[in-house]
Design a protein. Structure first.
Lengths: 288, 284
């Protein structure tokens, strides 16, 4: 127990990042490189701050293409901060800054000449609270990403909207009422609408920040099914509070605690035979 | 012992409820009496001639306030050309970019001060700025004076409403790869659209009923104003002129003018409420 409390003590944020803490840790990122499939996302020593408060400490890992990677950890561990770095949403918060590199297919998306708007067009995000645009119909919601970026051709839009709604497994339920308000759908349907909206803009990577936290179990199950289908075409990163969900949908899981990456491994191995004691304690419910 | 205590509590409770009801009724009385009185006094001359005829020459009976009604509508329209764009963009700026910073603070402060300036002072300033330079009274001057009054109202309501749009909407739009300015204009403001419209309508209703700023700017006109470049009659100034006159006939017409003004303001307010009811602000 003493080792655990030592580990859990908030590190002095003024101190330089100490890698000297002896932790039996799987070298983060190593396992991924040996997996089949190209490396899609390569995080190299990424740290993030909200003004003076440090949120992430030198996180490094790689994610493979067309796989689902889950990020788990207790509240406040930095998982949302990390995922929001991938589509450069972190910097939209006042006072936010970061260091390190994040490479998408080899190119640093945090580079000085990289336009965040372009990054976000390739890397989409679905948030915890389903947020369809309230004044728009279902059709307009799904088409929003395209329309707001200049696409006007009605037929192309219709084609893309239908495709996206199919991909999000929502087409059958809404095809007769595309002009109805997006906000009139149920919670699970709204979230699938948001997924369709994100997919419509031709993504490579889909980030999901606790997409099912606000939903009932049936909607959750539908979305998990959707995730497993989507991974055939997209790289998916999902942040979740729910360990069982991570076990169900992901191929690899990253466990974070207090802004540090503790362990990152294949999901099966992580949940049955974790290498790090902290991981084991979290998974077995000793804290969290 | 406890039984007495309960009875006393019920007794006090009933007295308090009665006092509250009484106070509500008391608040209602001025409004009700105003509406009833204006309607009863104003109905006598409420006819087609009132809306279509010009004022009759002094001493003669008959005539109407057709030009004043058109004048008020013209002035409100001109005011909105000044007040709406400035107010809207100032409000959006304050809500989106003005969380901190000296400039944002200054804008807010100025808007608050401006909304407290007596309307006659605004009128005199507009006189100095516009009428003196143009050399004559005009609807433009009146519109500018009223527009100055509209700006702080529209700014503040726009700011409040845009701020109310939840962060999730903004983030959803940004995450789709929509640039910041487009997110603000085409997503956030579009979502706040109905609420902003309500605020605009309410400020229009407010300036439609102003008299003092028009006294030195649009002045008055006994004829149809040929263009906005001429002095223009308005319901408010006309009612004022007739009310202080010695003629009974004019007094009656002043009442009718007041009634028409009231109807205009009430209908704008009603429209504003209906618009707000249908807005997304209510769909929570």
């Amino acid at each position: 127990m003493t080792t655990m409390t030592e580990e859990l003590k908030e590190p002095n944020s003024q101190a330089a990042p100490t890698h000297a803490t002896p932790k039996p840790q799987v070298a983060a990122g190593q396992a991924a490189k040996s997996v089949a499939g190209r490396v899609k996302i390569d995080v190299q020593n990424y740290s993030a701050w909200f003004r003076e408060k440090r949120a992430l400490y030198d996180v490094s890992l790689t994610m493979a293409e067309k796989e689902v990677t889950a990020i788990i950890g207790p509240s406040g561990c930095g998982k949302s901060t990390l995922i929001r770095a991938f589509n450069r949403m972190h910097e939209t918060v006042a006072g936010a800054r970061s260091e390190g590199r994040i490479l998408m297919e080899g190119k640093d998306i945090l580079g000085p000449r990289v336009d965040p708007v372009e990054v976000r067009r390739r890397i989409g995000m679905v948030f915890q609270k389903p947020s369809p645009f309230p004044t728009m119909s279902i059709f307009d919601n799904v088409a929003a990403g395209l329309r707001l970026n200049g696409m006007r051709d009605r037929r192309v839009l219709e084609g893309k909207v239908e495709w996206a709604l199919h991909k999000a497994a929502l087409w059958e339920e809404v095809k007769d009422g595309l002009h109805k308000a997006g906000a009139a759908l149920s919670g699970g349907q709204q979230q699938r609408l948001c997924i369709a909206r994100a997919l419509a803009v031709d993504l490579d990577v889909l980030l999901m920040d606790e997409p099912c936290s606000a939903l009932d179990p049936i909607s959750t199950a539908k979305i998990e099914e959707l995730i497993l289908e989507l991974k055939q075409n997209y790289t998916i990163v999902i942040v979740t509070h729910n360990m069982q969900q991570a076990a169900r949908v992901s191929q690899r899981t990253a466990f974070m605690l207090n802004g540090k990456l503790i362990e990152y491994d294949e999901t099966g191995k992580m949940f049955t035979n974790p290498s790090n004691k902290l991981t084991e304690d979290y998974i077995t419910g000793r804290f969290g | 012992m406890s039984f007495d205590f309960q009875a006393r509590r019920r007794y006090i409770d009933r007295i308090m409820a009665a006092l509250c009801a009484g106070a509500a009724l008391l608040a209602f009385i001025p409004l009700a009496s105003l509406l009833i009185y204006v309607t009863s006094q104003g109905l006598s001359r409420f006819d087609w001639a009132f809306f279509t005829h010009l004022p009759a020459p002094v001493g003669e009976s008959g005539g109407g306030m057709g030009n004043a009604i058109i004048g008020t509508l013209t002035l409100v329209f001109l005011a909105s050309l000044v007040g709406i764009p400035v107010g809207l963009f100032a409000g959006i700026y304050l809500a989106e970019y003005g969380k901190q910073g000296k400039f944002a603070w200054l804008v807010r402060f100025t808007a608050d001060i401006l909304s407290g300036v007596p309307s006659i002072v605004t009128g005199i300033v507009a006189y100095q700025l516009v009428v003196k330079n143009m050399g004559h009274f005009s609807a433009y001057a009146g519109g500018i004076a009223l527009g100055f009054m509209m700006i702080p109202m529209v700014t503040r309501t726009t700011e409040e409403l845009v701020k109310m749009i939840p962060l999730s909407i903004r983030e959803s739009s940004l995450a789709l790869g929509v640039p910041q300015w487009k997110t603000i204009l085409q997503v956030v403001v579009a979502t706040a659209r109905n609420g902003i419209l309500t605020g605009v309508l309410l400020s229009l209703a407010r300036v439609a009923g102003e008299t003092a700023p028009l006294l030195f700017t649009a002045f008055n006109n006994q004829y149809w104003a040929g263009s906005p470049n001429q002095p223009t009659a308005s319901l408010t100034v006309q009612v004022f002129t007739y009310a202080i006159s010695p003629f009974d006939d004019w007094h009656a017409q002043a009442w009718t003018g007041a009634l028409v003004l009231l109807l205009i303001v009430l209908s704008i307010n009603l429209t504003a409420r209906l618009v707000f009811k249908n807005s997304s602000q209510m769909l929570r």
